[in-house]
Design a protein around this ligand. Structure first.
Ligand code: NAP
Length: 303
């Protein structure tokens, strides 16, 4: 299946291009970006021109930041194309609901991807927790924004979500593996004095679940989720890629390279079945944290 990739930046080049290139059933037929391109692939800078001139490309994969994404997604759906959205799927919940209705009305596929749900140990963790009672869970997601988002000022602009940009990956795993839903009960958000989005957040949920997100972590990086049950404890480490049960290694592998191939395989399956996959549960928790959160002002941040 031919796909056009829109927004040729960090994630497009790090993950989407290698995943598409390696997949037997996908062909990277065009790109659309104001500055970026992929060698040997037809490059457009005008999205309307791509849609008009390339009716042979049925799938559009949008890799640009969340705020500009809606206009591209709406245009693609209006032009009869199936659409894959990077995470978080939009700048607001309502705009994604609108896209969902547009796709449904046209019989097109809309896939709100959550790459962390494709991490190696997430399905085994979900299977282990199925039918169990969760008594507590703790997310620790601490990374260095300068390493993972070098110079990307959009993450600190309205709609960029700040530390929730990585934190939503943890929430995408949490909402997938817990056997029963939880809801946010409180949050504390640290906003740099010169920025519009938080650089750190501490969240409390019902059911003894909590999260610690911090973008100021230098040295070792931590992407862990620990879950307690009366029958034992589970830990997901390395962003959902390694599993431990009661402190002992229980599967997975220390690599994120399987996540994007799995997303494209899922998209191919959804298109073949004529289905959509739209899950906003992780983004609901972020919206709730921004609604309910207590705001602290912390030191100004510069890249
Ligand atoms: P990025 O490199 O800053 O942006 C991707 C590209 O989008 C840019 O190179 C730019 O290309 C285009 N773009 C930026 N602003 C635009 C605008 N206002 N209008 C049109 N195009 C615009 O960001 P990224 O790190 O790839 O992240 C993109 C998405 O992927 C985000 O939603 C992020 O959460 C998700 N993601 C990122 C990572 C990561 O490690 N960085 C991991 C997983 C998922 P042109 O200037 O060439 O148009």
């Amino acid at each position: 299946m031919k796909v056009a990739l829109v927004g040729i930046g960090k994630i497009a080049l790090d993950q989407h291009v290698p995943a598409i290139t390696a997949a037997a059933d996908w062909e990277l037929a065009a790109t659309c970006s104001r500055h970026g391109a992929v060698e040997g692939v037809a490059a457009y800078s005008d999205f309307a021109a791509l849609l008009a001139e390339r009716p042979d490309i049925p799938v559009i994969s949008l890799c640009l930041p969340p705020v500009p994404r809606f206009a591209y997604a709406a245009a693609a759906l209006q032009a009869g194309r199936h659409v894959m959205l990077e995470k978080p799927p939009g700048a607001t919940l309502a705009e994604v609901h609108e896209l969902q209705a547009m796709a449904a009305a046209r019989g097109l596929t809309l896939f709100t991807t959550w790459h962390s749900r494709m991490a190696q140990a997430v399905e085994p963790a979900r299977a282990w927790l199925a039918g169990k009672v969760v008594t507590a869970a703790r997310i620790t997601w601490r990374e260095d924004v300068r390493k993972w988002h070098p110079g990307q000022d959009w993450v600190f602009e309205p709609g960029g979500m700040g530390v929730f940009d990585p934190g939503i990956n943890a929430l995408s795993i949490l909402t997938h593996i817990l056997p029963a839903p939880v809801h946010l009960t409180g949050a504390e958000l640290d906003f740099p004095a010169n920025r519009q989005t938080p650089i750190a957040a501490r969240l409390q949920f019902s059911g003894g679940v909590s999260a610690d997100f911090d973008w100021r972590q230098t040295g070792p990086q931590t992407w862990d989720i620990k879950v307690e049950t009366p029958e034992g404890s589970l830990a997901l480490r390395m962003g959902g890629n390694r599993l431990e049960i009661d402190g002992e290694p229980a599967g997975g592998a220390d690599t994120i390279m399987g996540e994007y191939p799995a997303l494209y395989a899922r998209m191919a399956d959804l298109v073949a079945r004529g289905q959509s996959d739209v899950d906003l549960a992780p983004m609901v928790h972020v919206a709730d944290a921004l609604t309910l959160g207590r705001r602290n002002t912390v030191a100004a941040f510069e890249f």
